[in-house]
Design a protein around this ligand. Structure first.
Ligand SMILES: Cc1ncc(COP(=O)(O)O)c(C=O)c1O
Length: 458
């Protein structure tokens, strides 16, 4: 087995976890309507639901929290964050938001109107829903290799440039008010996008006069993948790579709950001054004054520190190594996953693990229930519950290209033996895979239905 980098930290504070017994797990599932989002976190032993806001903050972040300036306007904490964001992302203007979707909401309010399209490699659920909520249509144009779960393309998050070009020509650039890309591509396996591809994407958007915004949640992991995999970047620092990435765009949305390793926070950044003024008005309406944007001063401080820690290369080597370790152990045990593994998560390929369950019976949902039943492990379905939508023209259900369950790894939280426990549970589930059955909805809202839906077993 390959060697994986050891944690570049030691543990100073611990949070107890406990494993409830099988009967208690079964009762918890029934109470939750077989939706793992409705479980009590206390009943979960290993929580891989998300890497968002679940990281462990460092001593420097906790110390910075004590410096929080809670002034309503013009706080020192805002200035410190502005300096950090300027140094890393380089956009002329930015506003803090309480998390990524708040930035997406403002961006959609500014750009998206009924009947318009927003292109990306793949929009994540909240971006997708914010565009739909404004009457727009999110369009995913990732390369075909992203659909092939064992194809080890180094940049499976890349946009298909030809498809992007053709799509904009087909509908007309006036119907594409905004162009995006997600780094890394969370909905498609946490896969990175290369700088070569980002340059091409920027060129196409520029050619058609379409503003280009990056969903930057995992920009540091994406930068480190570029350093490791893209010719010409091995000697560049992750900071230099980040500079190059963001110099190509007109703006960015950020959920700092990922690569800035904070429990809450985000921002919206841009270069266009009149647009920024409009964005500020939206922010004031919904989030707060532009120097705090729905956060406390102490949250801004934790973010300022976290952005630098997230870019630290010894941390990133450990971080991607931990994901690679989990992936390799699953592959050794013939558990199908998206290869190569992403930065923040390993994605189980449920289409191959439970091939007897059709997408209409939610096989990913079934696997996420089994993970809890078997080991009190919580993971998230990224498949037909999250992403199936009726086709706007025919009304027929369109299912996502891959049926996945994501094992997201919180930052600096779990050890190798926690991951071994997850592998062992999955091996036991795979052994009885053919007895697992699908689910149907008891209740489902129209948008973002995975969060609150309730199910019953078939
Ligand atoms: C790629 C991507 N974009 C946007 C978001 C939304 O961020 P938040 O949960 O902070 O609203 C997420 C969160 O998981 C994400 O992974």
């Amino acid at each position: 087995m390959a060697n994986y980098p050891t944690e570049p930290f030691r543990i100073k504070t611990v949070e107890p976890i406990r494993l409830i017994d099988r009967q208690a797990r079964e009762e918890a599932l029934q109470r939750a309507g077989y939706n793992v989002f409705a479980l009590r976190a206390e009943d979960v032993f290993i929580d891989l639901l998300t890497d968002s806001g679940t990281g462990a903050m460092s001593q420097e972040q906790w110390a910075a929290i004590m410096r929080g300036d809670e002034s309503y306007a013009g706080a020192r904490s805002f200035e410190r964050l502005a300096e950090t964001i300027q140094k890393i992302f380089g956009f002329r203007f930015f506003m803090p938001t309480h998390q990524g979707r708040a930035a997406e909401n403002i961006l959609s309010a500014l750009f998206v109107k009924e009947g318009q399209y927003v292109t990306s490699n793949m929009h994540f659920d909240t971006t997708d829903a914010n565009i739909r909520a404004r009457g727009g249509q999110p369009i995913n144009l990732v390369i075909d290799e992203a659909r092939q779960s064992t194809n080890r393309h180094p940049f499976k998050g890349n946009m298909d440039i030809q498809k992007l070009h053709l799509f904009i020509k087909k509908v007309g650039p006036e119907r594409v008010p905004l162009g995006m890309i997600t780094i890394t591509n969370n909905a498609g396996g946490g896969q990175p996008v290369s700088l070569e591809n980002l340059r091409e994407v920027a060129r196409v958007y520029r050619e058609f006069g379409i503003p280009f915004y990056i969903d930057a949640c995992r920009f540091a992991e994406n930068s480190y993948f570029i350093k490791l995999r893209e010719p010409g970047y091995a000697q560049k620092s992750t900071l230099e790579i980040a500079h190059e990435i963001f110099s190509l765009a007109d703006g960015a949305t950020m959920s700092a709950k990922k690569d800035a390793i904070v429990n809450i926070g985000g921002f919206l950044a841009m270069n266009d001054e009149p647009l920024f003024q409009r964005a500020c008005n939206e922010l004031i309406l919904r989030e707060g004054f532009p120097t705090y944007g729905g956060l406390a001063g102490r949250d801004l401080e934790a973010m300022s520190v976290g952005f630098w820690e997230g870019l630290d290369e010894s941390y990133l080597a450990y971080r991607l190594g931990q994901t690679a370790y989990l992936a390799e152990r699953l592959l050794e045990n013939n558990i199908p996953i998206i290869e190569p593994p992403g930065g923040h998560a390993v994605y189980l390929d449920v289409g191959r693990l439970l091939p007897h369950i059709p997408q209409s019976d939610f096989p990913g949902q079934a696997l996420s229930v089994e993970l809890f039943r078997e080991g009190a492990i919580r993971a998230v379905e990224i498949g037909s519950v999250m992403f199936a939508h009726p086709d706007p023209e025919s009304g027929e259900m369109v299912y996502p290209m891959l049926e996945l369950v994501r094992l997201a790894i919180p930052r600096r939280v779990y050890t190798q033996s926690h991951l071994d426990y997850v592998v062992e549970a999955l091996v036991r589930i795979a052994q009885r895979g053919n007895q697992i059955r699908g689910y149907r909805f008891n209740y489902a809202p129209e948008l973002l239905r995975h969060f609150t839906a309730r199910f019953e077993p078939l």
